[in-house]
Design a protein around this ligand. Sequence first.
Ligand code: RIB
Ligand code: CA
Length: 311
Amino acid sequence: MKKIPVWFDCDTGVDDAIALLVLRQLDELEVIGVSTVAGNVELEKTTENTLRVLDLCKAPYPVYRGASRPMVRDQITAAAVHGEDGLGGIVLPPASRGVEAAAAWDALYQAARAYAGELVLVAVGPLTNVGLTLTKYKDFPGLLKRVVIMGGAAVGGNTSPAAEFNIFADPEAAAMLFDAGVQVAMCGLDMTMKAYLTAEELDALGDTGTRQARFARACLQRALAYELSLKLPGISLHDPSAVMYAVDDSMFKTHPAWVRVETKGKITYGKTVTDLYSDKKKEPRDHLVVVDVDREAFKARLFELFDRYRA
Ligand code: RIB
Ligand code: CA
């Protein structure tokens, strides 16, 4: 089976960390590179966190440092959810290696050229690195097979009533991507809030006993407590669900739609506006909005992928 070449862009916080552990076990993928961006916490921390988690799963992926701040707006973080360190206060051993010399946007573009027409970009943080690549390399979008993001929402928001964190943290970069002419599969809150584990299910994951599963349970505790405090049913695995969607969309529900990002609104700044639920359809309806997931199937797949760490 020919592996799918993929580039993973992240702002390693706790759910990015789980996404990396999932990525490592997805045999369908060939990870060409990983890039880091400021988001959940500052760039130095998201980069070190990424390297440490890759050590935890013995993944040799080259890592490239990206943007330390958004393209236009002021920087925001989500340390209240992920902890000041970004890994829920769980300290992994210092990274055994550093980043590659190239900047994320240069390395990502070179990978897109090397895998022209095949590379799938999976971005689970603010889209600053993508925006910078688009700015510097005009032929970049045409080289990609497709883009899968964790970000946005057809309805609601988790950082403002209108906006989800990854988009709200850099709306201008996100707008560039949705306007770039390459299909974006938006794994937004509409789906990712349904891709959750209850406290009991997360405990059961940790009880499977591998170092990776025990780390997953531990680093998610703070974010779990935050979501439970909002009367939500459990911990939303935003980034892991986007990675799993990129490999197999059969357990997800997806609709083609028009999607653009608000960058001028005062109240709606960072909102992903879609015609999905509007009788006013707009052209081109060139993106995909992922709106649902079979949670039991998602949970079973997650446990199955973590079980592979037993080997
Ligand atoms: O809104 C959730 C998203 O914002 C996730 O990617 C999380 O890691 C944060 O980046
Ligand atoms: Ca993220």
